[in-house]
Design a binder for this molecule. Structure first.
Ligand SMILES: C[S@@+](CC[C@H](N)C(=O)[O-])C[C@H]1O[C@@H](n2cnc3c(N)ncnc32)[C@H](O)[C@@H]1O
Length: 250
């Protein structure tokens, strides 16, 4: 993984350099740091920042223009909807700035697309290591992918991307790849999108009211990276199998 030394953040509509020491001071004063990778229009990150003023919420996305509208809202006074605890960073996770190393108490990847989607589905080194780089040891990761992207008409850019199912996490070796980069899978299942509190309002709006979407949801925890287990070394009834069990209750 390559890291960038400069920290580019949105200040209203503008992209500016943030002094890493300034960020470090803000993080030290926070109860909890949530890093939302592939934050898109950053509405979910904004909602979290407003709901938890004692947290710092960091949205990361290379498409910084998409975050601008939310950044303008966040820059207002708190009484007028501002969120001074929201930091929107212009970066791709595979080249995440060093200032974000080991800051996250919690990492979310919601409805990823593009390189981020490919990286998590195929278990690519640069994306998995970038996600691990921002996390503190023990931090949970939540990954959600709407399964309708794999239903006809499948968008051209993902036609070659195999559908990620709970079973595929084990059978394709993705769980081992995650573990090799320091993510131990704790739970993987399909859930109706209505059960996911973290799903962004913009995503829900795109689905339309009354729409149902089945979401692939994977949870993992940041641990020490380990050597991947080769298929011929894996025990047939390995513990990780439990991760693919279907959901019972909410
Ligand atoms: C469908 S949007 C989802 C946005 C938001 N999480 C939501 O749920 O509304 C996917 C986002 O992933 C971002 N993305 C793609 N590749 C990325 C990468 N390598 N690192 C970080 N974000 C990436 C895209 O720019 C896009 O904004």
């Amino acid at each position: 993984m390559n890291t960038a030394s400069r920290l580019k953040v949105l200040a209203g509509k503008k992209l500016v350099d943030l002094d890493p020491a300034e960020l470090a001071a803000a993080l030290a004063a926070s109860d909890h740091v949530l890093v939302d990778v592939g934050t898109g229009d950053a509405r979910t990150a904004y909602r979290q920042a407003v709901a938890h003023p004692e947290w710092t919420v960091i949205g990361v996305d290379p498409a910084w223009q998409r975050m601008a509208e939310t950044a303008v809202r966040a820059a207002r006074k708190p009484a007028k909807g501002g969120a001074p605890n929201l930091v929107l960073v212009n970066a791709a996770i595979e080249t995440v700035p060093t200032a974000l190393s080991g800051v996250a108490d919690e990492v979310t990847v919601l409805m990823p697309w593009g390189k981020l989607l490919r990286g998590v589905v195929l278990g690519e080194d640069d994306v998995l290591s970038g996600l691990r780089a921002v996390a503190k040891d023990g931090a949970p990761l939540e990954l959600s992918i709407g399964t309708s992207i794999w239903r006809e008409p499948v968008p051209l850019e993902i036609r070659d991307l195999p559908e990620l199912t709970p079973e595929a996490v084990e059978s394709t070796g993705l769980a081992d790849r995650l573990a090799a980069f320091g993510w131990q899978v704790t739970d993987v299942r399909l859930v109706p999108h209505t059960e996911l509190e973290t799903i962004s309002s913009s995503w829900a709006r795109r689905l339309g009211s009354g729409a149902t979407e089945t979401v692939f949801r994977l949870r993992a925890v940041a641990v020490d990276p380990r050597e991947p287990v080769r298929p011929d070394q894996a025990a047939p009834e390995a513990d990780g199998h439990a991760a693919a069990e279907p959901e019972r209750g909410a």
